[in-house]
Design a protein around this ligand. Structure first.
Ligand code: LAC
Length: 222
């Protein structure tokens, strides 16, 4: 099944689980990890009735980990020294922000040929499917490790800036849609949405990703 095929099945599950969460823990911060992730954030936010800083999704940290790993392999650097951010929907239109990517402070575009950068961007976009073909099931370790980073940032009030799926209300020129963007995370959940200076091409790709997410959100029953 594609992530989008899961919409109607998971809409019911995420809705019922969210009702249980709200009943048991009305002050919780809800981090959604179910696919199609962006649409399921809309479900959780609607059902929970919590303010938007306390309902968001985990996807960009996973996608960014993949992009950083491919860059580390390509350049022979440690993944710890690769700075990157993947924005947009958690799907084939996600946007690795090449203009904000560096290795040890050196811009990626100075280290790797454009064709290879494009290949790593494409592999990142298809990373979920690559794992399914290898494992016969969707990824679980990396998503768990990514979710753990979010839990630490909240539980320890770390003020981390991480890519998460947040409800945009005008940021990046996108309104009323959950999309992956850099956010500052603390004890109350999302404290700030960070707006990067995207290239015109990156902004156009982000809008295309938003259009794809909106199409899936449009399938939701409610
Ligand atoms: C992935 C699935 C979990 O990207 O969405 O691996």
């Amino acid at each position: 099944m594609s992530r989008d095929d899961l919409v109607t099945t998971n809409e019911k599950i995420v809705g019922s689980v969210t009702q249980e969460v709200v009943a048991a823990s009305p002050d919780a911060v809800i981090v959604v990890v179910s696919n199609p992730l962006d649409a399921m954030c809309h479900v959780a936010h609607r059902v929970a009735g919590f303010p938007k800083p306390r309902v968001f999704g985990m996807a960009g940290i996973l996608d960014t980990a993949r992009f950083r790993t491919f860059i580390a392999w390509e350049t022979g650097a440690s993944v710890k020294d690769v700075t990157a951010m993947v924005l947009g929907g958690h799907g084939d239109q996600m946007v690795p922000v090449v203009s904000a990517t560096s290795v040890g402070g050196v811009p990626l575009t100075k280290l790797v040929a454009q064709a290879r950068i494009e290949a790593m961007v494409e592999r990142t976009r298809k990373g979920g499917g690559e794992i399914v073909n290898l494992l016969g099931t969707s990824a679980w370790y990396a998503p768990g490790a990514a979710a753990a980073q979010i839990v630490d940032a909240i539980a320890l009030d770390e003020k981390r800036v991480l890519p998460c799926t947040a409800l945009l209300e005008g940021e990046y020129g996108i309104d009323d849609l959950y999309m992956g963007v850099p956010v500052k995370l603390g004890a109350g959940g999302i404290e700030e949405i960070v707006e990067l200076d995207l290239s015109d091409q990156e902004q156009a790709w982000l809008q295309e990703s938003a259009d794809a997410v909106r199409e899936v959100v449009g399938v939701l029953a409610a």
